[in-house]
Design a protein around this ligand. Sequence first.
Ligand code: 3H9
Length: 710
Amino acid sequence: MGDLVQLSIVDGVGVITVQNPPVNALSPGVPEGILEGVESFVADAGVNAIVLIGGGRTFIAGADIKEFGKITSGQKRRGPGLISVIDALENAAKPTVAAIHGFAFGGGLEAAQGCHYRVALRSARVGQPEVKLGIIPGAHGTQRLPRLAGVRKALEMCSLGSPIFADEAHRFGIVDRVIEGDGYEELLAGAVAFAAERASSGEPHPKASESDAKLGTPEEAAPLCDAARALVRKKRRGQMAPLKAIDAVEAAVSLPFSEGIKREAEIFRECLFSTQSKALIHAFFSERAARKIPDVPKDHPSRQVQSAAVIGAGTMGGGIAMSYVNAGIPVRLAEVSREALDRGVATIRKNYERSVRGGRFTAEFVEQRMAMITPQLDWEGFGEADIIVEAVFENMALKKEIFGRIDGVARPGAVLATNTSTLSVDEIASATSRPEDVIGHHFFSPANVMRLLEIVRGAKTGREVVATSMALARRLRKVGVLVGNCLGFVGNRMFHPYRREAQFLAEEGAKPATVDRVLYDFGAAMGPMAVGDLAGLDVGMRVRKESPQMYPPGTRRPVAEDALCELGRYGQKTGAGWYRYGADRSRHEDPEVDALLRRIAAENGIEQREIPEDEILDRVVYALVNEGARILEEGFALRSSDIDVIYLYGYGFPPQRGGPMFYADTVGLEKVLERVEEFHQRHGHWWRPAPLLRELAQAGSSFGEWDRSC
Ligand code: 3H9
């Protein structure tokens, strides 16, 4: 059994404790250990009941996800493992009780459902999050959960993967008793008492697999399943697992348990071997890998951040202030004019009120958060702030002036962050006497919602400031990714060729709406033209003007968006851009844009043609990949998976594709290179293959392998 599972007896109750930190995943050895425990306690006449509990901070967070890759690569057979454990728990002659704190997720919740009873601390969460990994519950969760919680709840939990707290689980019959207290000791004592109570009750112990009362009929389940399908088609567009999870829950209603579990096993396998599952598992581990900085280990000293000051109450500054106060960090929010300050604060309130209407926050929470923001027209109190975040207009001279002033007021040891999205952090830092304290915190709009935080390390940024920023990102509930200081950093540097190529396609004859649809069908949240209209076409125009070095002489330069801007078509905010917008922001194709594109093509000698959809997709997505490869070889991203995380969390790249670099790996780098070379032949300069792409493709390797070798 090793150290992974420990057995003890407390007041006549056998306690099986899983000790597999950090999250007690069901790694090899854990199911075997639990099984041995159940068998030995069942055989022990001195034991009346059995409690299954997790040591440390949690119950069981599920199967060991690392093992899935071994199964799909043929290194390992999927054995009966967890299922034998669940059968043993359910068929035990003595009452079995799962004692839940922290998380009972995936296989953890399935193990708990095998127990006759479940007790939980109020703070505990239970869930079947498998769909987030592109699979479905595979240890009978789709069959037992509807029997415990009813079909509607099981559909919701299995198809969306969102966890619920103990109180809700109690209401739905997933948890039998909520134990008061917040620590492991209280949970254990409560679980042992509950188990002893059940053992002495003389009543039969319920088996979830045999409790059909909540299932209802297939006719009753059908509309629930249809509604669940409609919802996931919208919320998890393009993903296969959520729909498959619904099929499996539906099978629980239409088939006896013994048949339903077979159906679940077939579907589980189909999902596990899918590319989507590999992509989503890649996304899971990539998010966690991004936290690992080779020269800034997890335990590197960092600074306390208890208070913040934000300069600029515009869209970004306001969203940043909300992110801070949502994490419980008070913010001084400064603007230059009363009007701008009032507008900024009003927008923050409006955003919060929308969240109250949507049920995300309570009105009380909002008032508390608003009270943590101190709007001000001066920088009073900035000298006490632990971090000062600059979020003003994207202009180098202005930012340098502001950082010069910040240098004069900030206390020694304060972190000085700029929210620039493209400008050089080193140049901004040069305006201070302490470049080691300066770092980029590139939030994405809306900053209070978007999960990504690009953390830009300047040449002189201190390691302590990097460590502080990475820890702060987690506190703000963001996914922090460390990147180097190059023009546009990682995200926008890649986004630029992506959008440039989309414009070229439109100039060459692809309809803007077709370009968008191809990307939407690929799974993107929005196509590049619609994104341009949303962000404002003038933003790109300004960047092109501010950074003329982006287009060296002799290179093709996109002209369409500048021409649209000249007509005052800045996008949604002016009612027209690539599209025309109705008063309700509805989007319409515009023949005027088609005419403009034809004119531009004629004036610039661009041949217009029918462009196949696969070319549209390859040109925009491989533009990302080729630039990503350059960024990697230049060392501005630590790993290709960091680039994927940036695109998944900051740019709406479809999660089931795993990110642009992972997607390229799934296509095969040889094929990607072939296409890039073809585009290079036809379109010249911008398509020069990145040397790293060529090197990996020619070696039959992948970005993933490159990451592993670093
Ligand atoms: C499943 O159960 C299928 C079943 O139906 C059975 C079929 C037969 N495995 O996230 P954190 C690692 S599918 C392996 O930073 P937190 C993680 O990589 C599974 N490793 O902590 C990280 O490693 P490192 C269903 C795992 O407190 C470390 O633990 N379950 C697993 O922010 C800490 O993780 C899920 O999908 C795992 N299952 O959040 C749950 N889980 O330090 C997935 C974590 O080296 N896990 N690790 O980077 C989570 O959602 C979060 O980890 C959790 C804790 C909320 C539990």
